[in-house]
Design a protein around this ligand. Structure first.
Ligand SMILES: [Zn+2]
Length: 154
């Protein structure tokens, strides 16, 4: 365990999301619906020095596991994140997130006139043009949905 990781305390059971793009830990909390009123013990480290990425955020959530659906959203704003599942202070599972080349069903297209926003039963589909900051090109209308546009949907 490196010095940086010790800046916030170890947890017994729960989830550690590491290598979150610096400054995005609060957005990840938003995705997870964590407001502080759930009674969960959450530790947040923001702009921690990282040998790999310069700076990073870390989020430790006790007694909480992530749903796949939540992971699929986190990946959009923290494409380098790793998710560690902790049991009895040990990492029992470690997942490195990887942004796919194409996305389906989430997020919404930014273009209000896009067929995917018209009430037709057409799911959104995007090509990932760039991962950081995120840029998605709609397969139907070709418009670019940016990371900020995605944030507004959480
Ligand atoms: Zn579109």
């Amino acid at each position: 365990m490196s010095e940086q990781e010790l800046r916030i305390r170890k947890i017994r059971n729960g989830t550690v999301i590491d290598h979150i793009t610096a400054g995005n830990a609060l957005n990840v909390m938003k995705i997870l619906g964590i407001t502080g009123k759930e009674g969960l013990v959450v530790s947040v480290a923001i702009n921690v020095p990282s040998s790999k990425y310069g700076r990073k955020d870390i989020l430790k959530i006790e007694e909480r596991e992530l749903k796949q659906e939540e992971v699929n959203k986190i990946i959009l704003i923290a494409p380098n994140a790793t998710i560690n599942i902790i049991k009895d202070y040990q990492v029992i599972d470690k997942k490195r997130l990887k942004l796919p080349a194409e996305l389906k069903g989430f997020p919404k297209c930014v273009n209000p006139n896009c067929i995917t926003n018209s009430g037709e039963p057409v799911e959104t589909e995007f090509y990932v043009v760039q991962s950081e900051p995120l840029r998605l090109r709609c397969k139907y209308c070709q418009r670019i949905t940016s990371q900020d546009d995605v944030f507004k949907q959480f």
